[in-house]
Design a protein around this ligand. Sequence first.
Ligand code: HEC
Length: 105
Amino acid sequence: MTKTIRSLAVLAVAVCLTGAMCLAESSGQATYKTKCAMCHGATGTPSAAMTKAMGIKSASDPAIMKLTSAEMSSAVKNGKGKMKPIAGLTNQQITDVVAFYRSLK
Ligand code: HEC
């Protein structure tokens, strides 16, 4: 358990070193892991089962990449199709998680 936490911390630092938006990126990533990854997949590509059952597209899909940040935030806040509104996020967390989702390609 502590080992996992330590490697996650190391990962966060590595992201910080490479990413210009260090803080936003790491908090967005943490939110993504707990609130989005179970449907959208850890890397933004949903599992085949999820794609089939819910019609989720990969983050690199052209239809997703042409969405604006505002449209994505609205999908998180208000839900869209089979995606229910994601509860318990502040506006800042939504901004961060959308930025992180958009960085997945
Ligand atoms: C319960 C499963 C589930 C969770 C959890 C979930 N999503 Fe989704 N998401 C979906 C589905 C299903 C769609 C496809 C909606 C549609 O177009 O019918 C979707 C679509 C989207 C879209 C594209 C919206 C569009 O206009 O097509 C974005 C962006 C998105 N999700 C972001 C997120 C983010 C960010 C989170 C975490 C805060 C999240 N989702 C959590 C199931 C989920």
